[in-house]
Design a protein around this ligand. Structure first.
Ligand SMILES: NC(=O)c1ccc[n+]([C@@H]2O[C@H](COP(=O)([O-])OP(=O)(O)OC[C@H]3O[C@@H](n4cnc5c(N)ncnc54)[C@H](O)[C@@H]3O)[C@@H](O)[C@H]2O)c1
Length: 325
């Protein structure tokens, strides 16, 4: 494998959708020049307005001052040429659609055009990093970097080691995110869904199961999550929580509750039917809830404003106070 870059200056982001434009913004806010690439010229152009709107929210929340916001916007250039996008960059993040064949095609092209020492990261939600890396000539420099939406706010980035990823690539990537003020975590095994999406999926599936069985309304289920165990999650995570409540209690509850949980391997009717009807959620005006007539852009901005207030609390919280295992 070629050397890992000594430092990461310039970055490219492939795909300018929900995650791509947000990741590009996170890099630009950290002072990096970013070239943003998409095959769809209209979506690429639209990303400019979306980034401006996010920057306005960051400025009005006092997170970024107006000059820095303008400077960050100016660091992002846009192109529909992959070879132009990756020319001279140190770090590439792929955020195109979640289809293995498309990602492999993009990585095969990257292999031909990216500088030999550039780190090639995929923001897949849970596809195999190893399978994506195999499409390149140099799988050692491919790493998973799984961000959470909105990426310029949510601290976590999972740094996922593929079977052939070089140690230096994992370390440089982890250090890059840490220096950027994100909260990286190592995922040592390339398993579908990594950490975050496996745990989150267990929750989402059980919630759809409860909804499907008429146990409670969607509103009641969301209320129970937000006001109950979800309220504690940023503070305690999972294992601190069980240590607080007692492993004896956890063990007792598991004996009668585990057999009751929904272990299905197929999506629930309520989800299947919504998808068949084209009700994809906020972006189509209907999903589990009715969003008709509401402006998604405004709702995303309101969400970001509230998440930024949570971020301030999170940043003031000492993560290292947790006893070590
Ligand atoms: N949405 C989330 O909350 C989230 C969170 C974490 C990870 N992810 C992952 O991030 C990736 C992107 O997701 P998204 O939600 O931003 O999707 P999206 O549909 O909003 O954006 C995908 C973009 O990729 C572009 N694209 C498609 N094929 C391309 C190609 N061959 N070359 C260049 N661009 C191409 C599309 O034009 C579109 O702009 C996926 O792998 C997804 O699983 C999504």
């Amino acid at each position: 494998m070629s050397a890992t870059p000594a430092r990461i200056d310039d970055a490219a982001v492939l795909g300018s959708g929900v995650m791509g434009h947000g990741i590009a913004l996170a890099f630009a806010l950290d002072g990096h020049r970013v070239s943003l690439y998409d095959v769809n010229e209209d979506l690429l152009a639209e990303s400019e307005g979306r980034i401006r709107s996010v920057l306005d929210t960051l400025v009005s929340a006092g997170e970024v001052d107006a000059d820095d916001a303008d400077a960050a916007a100016a660091r992002i250039t846009r192109t529909t040429s992959l070879s132009d996008a990756v020319s001279g960059v140190d770090f590439v993040t792929e955020a195109v659609v979640e289809e293995l064949d498309v990602k492999r095609e993009v990585f095969a092209e990257l292999s031909a055009h990216a500088p030999d020492d550039a780190i090639l990261a995929t923001n897949t939600s849970g596809l195999s990093i190893t399978a994506v890396a195999d499409a390149t000539d140099d799988p050692e420099r491919v790493v998973g970097t799984h961000w959470f939406n909105p990426p310029y706010v949510v601290p976590l980035v999972e740094v996922v080691r593929g079977e052939e990823t070089a140690d230096s690539v994992v370390e440089t990537t982890y250090d890059f995110f840490e220096a950027m003020g994100k909260t990286p975590v190592h995922v040592e095994k390339d398993i579908p869904g990594f950490i975050g999406n496996r745990i989150q999926m267990a929750m989402i599936y059980e919630a759809f199961s409860l909804l499907d069985r008429g146990v409670a309304s969607a509103e009641a289920i969301d209320r129970a999550v937000k006001a109950g165990f979800g309220f504690r999650l940023p503070l305690l995570g999972v294992f601190e929580k069980v240590d607080h409540s007692g492993l004896d209690v956890e063990h007792e509850v598991e004996q009668y509750l585990l057999p009751e949980l929904d272990r299905g391997t197929e999506s629930k009717d309520v989800l299947n039917e919504a998808v068949e009807n084209g009700d994809y959620g906020l972006k189509t005006g209907a999903g589990v809830y009715d969003w008709e007539g509401l402006d998604p852009g405004e709702i995303y901005d309101q969400r970001d404003e509230a998440l930024l207030a949570i971020l301030d609390l999170y940043d003031s919280y000492d993560m290292e106070r947790t006893p070590r295992t």
